[in-house]
Ligand binder design. Structure first.
Ligand code: 3HC
Length: 285
């Protein structure tokens, strides 16, 4: 089984910086790839802030934080950064053409036995794997936001993923203190196939005037013990991301039960995407 020591994380946004954070904190050497120096610095600052949060809560020591940050290098070149990596985790925006360009160059540059993984929440792992010359060493490594907190890594096997690669990724996830759950590639995998229809139905409740966002969320928080109501969670995930995933489910299964609520489409059209734009079902500072 391939042992993983050096990891390249491509993309330093919400998911990417969280993924780099957990790898570095667990002792892996990490190269974090961004498109500009400024974005790379922003990602490191975010990791610094989230590690400090853990120091303040006495979950880790100041020494752990300093050593973790020392283990992270940054790069602006995905191919160069993958040259001596054991595992490459892609966490760039959900745009197939962008991922295709990255995986083509990474596949050429990375060692032949390196594992290529995508943190995609909606694009088929089998389709991404087919971009490369190593579909048997390609896998989905789906983390959850906030990455330092959420225990799950959904390990998504493409049609050709070798079982040795699955085992290696599961072992790596365990070293991060996570719980890997292997599933087969299918639209939305398990996580978003179950989560997104619930969020969509909550939006329909608001759309049809059954309840306000606050009322729908209170019902689910107090009645079902959800840490966040589905509409607060939709804002947290990003309404554009929710819409993309629902469209993947709708197109993938050709089943009307996955049709996105017109209110969700309108909110995305209006640029009200949730936390990241300062407004969605709720307003944020
Ligand atoms: N980094 C490190 N630690 C963090 C953190 C971060 N970014 N964000 C929160 N935390 C820690 C806090 O320090 C705190 O630690 P403690 O338990 O030791 O005190 C703990 O998380 C709880 O945080 P808070 O007290 O500040 O706030 P809450 O109690 O409201 O919890 C939450 C925040 C953890 C986000 C919680 O509301 C939650 O679990 N929400 C649901 C999140 C969820 O469902 N995520 C999955 C989204 S779906 C997805 O990502 C998949 C994609 O494909 C769409």
């Amino acid at each position: 089984m391939k042992s993983i020591d050096k990891v390249t994380v491509i993309g330093g946004g919400t998911m990417g910086n969280g993924i780099a954070h957990v790898f570095a904190l667990s002792g892996f050497d990490v190269t974090l790839v961004e498109t500009t120096q400024e974005l790379a610095e922003n990602a490191i600052n975010k990791i610094d802030k989230n590690l400090s949060r853990m120091v303040n809560k006495e979950k880790i020591t100041e020494k752990d934080k300093v050593e973790s940050l020392e283990r992270i290098n940054t790069s602006l070149d995905p191919a160069e950064a993958s040259k001596d990596s054991d595992l490459i985790v892609e966490a760039v925006p959900e745009n197939f053409e962008l991922k295709k360009k990255i995986f083509r160059s990474v596949d050429e540059a990375a060692p032949k036995d390196a594992i290529l993984a995508s943190n995609t929440s909606s694009i088929s792992i089998t389709r991404l794997a087919a971009i490369t010359n190593r579909p048997e060493r390609f896998i989905g490594m789906h983390f959850f936001n906030p990455v330092p907190v959420m225990k799950l890594v959904e390990v998504v096997n493409g049609l050709e993923t070798e079982s040795e690669v699955t085992r290696s990724v599961e072992e790596t996830a365990k070293k991060l203190g996570k719980v890997p759950v292997p599933v087969q590639d299918s639209p939305g995998f398990v996580s978003n196939r179950v989560l997104m229809p619930m969020i969509n139905e909550a939006i329909f409740c608001v759309y049809e005037g059954v309840g306000s966002p606050e009322q729908v969320d209170e019902v689910m928080k107090l009645g079902m013990a959800h840490p966040m109501g589905p509409l607060r969670l939709a804002d947290f995930i990003g309404l554009d991301v929710c819409l993309d995933i629902l469209n993947v489910l709708y197109d993938g299964f050709r089943d009307s039960k996955y049709r996105p609520c017109p209110l969700l489409v309108q909110m995305v059209d209006a640029g009200k995407l949730g936390d990241k734009t300062g407004s969605g079902f709720y307003d944020y500072d």
